[in-house]
Design a protein around this ligand. Structure first.
Ligand code: ADE
Ligand code: ZN
Length: 336
């Protein structure tokens, strides 16, 4: 089954590029940029990755991001991710970046953007992986700060497909960002938001009704609200689920408790993604594998998850059809 999963053509729709910073690269970049790390070794870093909840992860994640300083650092980070994604047959990826966690430290928006974007272009030409960029606002910061970040993004409007909302969910409801999301949509950006990861189902409703999102990131707490489930099924609003992240951040006590299979059984357009793979113990294939093993997912269900990932992407419909027929061919051959 692991080989089937590894080679399954798939899209990744929920991946924070800063969350792909492996401890080894953290040390390399710290040295390159003359930064002191609060860790002595790679194994000490890994020991620190023992999270109680979302906030305890975010503290370490933002600290790690500080080694990213130059355009080349952002390039190297993104290129390393793309090579891993390529080995797991990711055919298309939609990548979040958190500009505020860099601009707040004095790094120019352009430095961040150019490094990531250049690597994504190389991913297309050298690896055949298509990609889109999603600018994510940090919801623990103010709406005014999000507006300022949106202003900086306007120069890159043509290559940033959507805006999103991440960071500490509790007490930072989507409604806090309604105006900035309105402005982003007026400028032509699509919208997504993290909702129902730690926060209640009402935050998912707000993301839908106030932010007009095309997808919900996480959304696993939708299972607590039958009306919301009906809505998500009727409209086929996709959920970008991140199984290893949810277990590492104690959204579920263990993978066997994860509700991914229930969501699929209900007819929700659920997808599997890696969120912050360097911090949560695995990239997209490991996420599929962990969920498959714990929830006993069949090949048909794995196929459905991969199909959902293409369907839920922001690709034009011709590209979606092409990738889904590649997936169909794969399933046919895998059955032989
Ligand atoms: N930023 C990076 N990963 C995140 C997550 N899982 N939830 C909220 N914000 C994040
Ligand atoms: Zn996330």
């Amino acid at each position: 089954m692991n080989k089937f999963i590894q080679d399954l053509p798939k899209a990744e729709l929920h991946l924070h590029i800063e969350g792909t910073l492996e401890p080894e690269m953290m040390f390399e970049l710290a040295q390159r940029n003359n930064i002191d790390l609060p860790y002595k070794s790679v194994s000490e870093v890994k020991e620190a990755y023992n999270f109680e909840d979302l906030q305890s992860f975010l503290d370490i994640y933002y600290q790690g991001s500080q080694v990213l300083q130059q355009e080349q650092d952002f390039y190297d980070l993104t290129w390393a991710y793309l090579q891993k994604a390529n080995r797991q047959n990711v055919r298309h990826t939609e990548i979040f970046f958190d500009p505020q966690s860099h601009t707040d430290r004095g790094i120019e928006f352009t430095t961040v953007y150019q490094g990531i974007y250049r690597a994504l272009q190389d991913g297309k030409t050298q690896l055949g992986i298509s990609s889109q960029l999603i600018l994510s606002f940090l919801r623990h910061l103010s709406a005014e700060q999000a507006f300022a970040t949106l202003e900086q993004a306007l120069a890159y409007r043509d290559t940033i497909v959507a805006v999103g909302l991440d960071s500490a969910e509790q007490n930072n409801p989507p409604s806090k960002f309604k105006e900035v999301f309105d402005k982003a949509q007026a400028e032509g950006f699509l919208t997504v938001a993290h909702a129902g990861e730690e926060g209640p189902p009402e935050y998912i409703w707000e993301a839908i009704n106030l932010l007009n999102v095309s997808r919900i990131d996480h959304g696993v707490r939708s299972l607590e609200d039958p009306k919301l489930l009906d809505y998500l099924v009727d409209r086929q609003v996709p959920l970008t689920v991140c199984p290893l992240s949810n277990v590492e951040l104690k959204v579920f006590d263990s993978m066997t408790e994860h509700n991914l299979k229930q969501l699929l059984d209900l007819g929700i357009c659920a997808t599997v993604n890696s969120d912050d793979p360097a911090y949560f113990g695995g990239y997209i294939a490991e996420n599929y594998q962990a969920a498959q093993a714990a929830l006993d997912l069949s090949k048909q269900e794995l196929y459905q998850l991969a199909k959902n990932s293409f369907q839920a992407s922001f690709l034009p419909s011709e590209s979606k059809h092409r990738l889904i027929s590649e997936l169909d061919d794969y399933l046919e051959t895998a059955k032989l």
